[in-house]
Design a protein around this ligand. Structure first.
Ligand SMILES: Cc1cc2nc3c(=O)[nH]c(=O)nc-3n(C[C@H](O)[C@H](O)[C@H](O)COP(=O)(O)O)c2cc1C
Length: 196
């Protein structure tokens, strides 16, 4: 399903094409394609170039690992993400490697890496649906995440599928247009509240 963001100003096509589906096709990306997505994440900028991220991944044809990752999602997300071609859980290192001080921007940097992965995915005809709805304690236990690392989010990745295969509530959400606040609500000149 192609859908393009209706933007107020022209932006790059990759950004317009990206959205977060819940219906995925059966088709699996080959491992070289999956590696390209992770390579895109690898080249994200990060505070002190600390690269405070880890990605625990499984393709649907790795059933043991896929089931483990699926088990770390809240039930709602599990219901639709089980049809994804690839699942990933992102994990952030809480302290800088060079001095052990807390890294206040670790989650920010994970977001950047996921954003790069997502745009590479879009360029490859794949879509990424990020999830905050994970069970962090269960993820830590099942995925053997070491101390000092924190589960952040999960990603469902796949080629777009038929929304008609979704349960009715989800089908309606899948077909609803994406909406955004106008720039005037969140862009200020200098001080807070000063219109742009
Ligand atoms: C960090 C993050 C967490 C999210 N968590 C969930 C989630 O747990 N379950 C879900 O169905 N969608 C989740 N989403 C998807 C958002 O609802 C979606 O990105 C937003 O509605 C905008 O829609 P779009 O991505 O299609 O433009 C999450 C997105 C992000 C970036």
């Amino acid at each position: 399903m192609t859908r393009l963001a209706h933007t107020d100003y022209p932006i790059h096509d990759l950004l317009r094409q990206r959205w977060s589906p819940r219906a995925f096709a059966d088709r699996l990306p080959d491992s070289a394609t999956v590696l390209r997505l992770l390579e895109a994440a690898r080249w994200a900028p990060s505070s002190f170039n600390d690269q405070p991220w880890a990605f625990l991944t499984a393709r649907r044809d790795q059933p043991t690992e896929f089931a483990l990752l699926l088990d770390t999602l809240i039930e709602f997300n599990r219901s639709w993400a089980q049809t994804a071609a690839v699942l990933a859980v992102t994990v952030a290192r809480s302290a800088f490697a060079h001095n052990g001080q807390p890294n206040r921007h670790a989650w920010h940097d994970i977001g950047l890496a996921v954003s790069q992965l997502t745009l590479q995915a879009t360029a490859e005809g794949l879509f990424v649906h990020q999830m905050a709805g994970i069970l962090p304690d269960r993820a830590r236990e099942l995925l053997l995440i070491p101390p000092g690392w924190e589960p952040v989010s999960a990603l469902a990745i796949g080629y777009p599928g038929d929304p008609n295969g979704l349960p009715e509530g989800l089908r309606q959400r899948e077909l609803a247009p994406s909406i955004r606040k106008p720039l005037s609500e969140f862009v200020f000149t200098g001080t807070w509240g000063q219109p742009h």
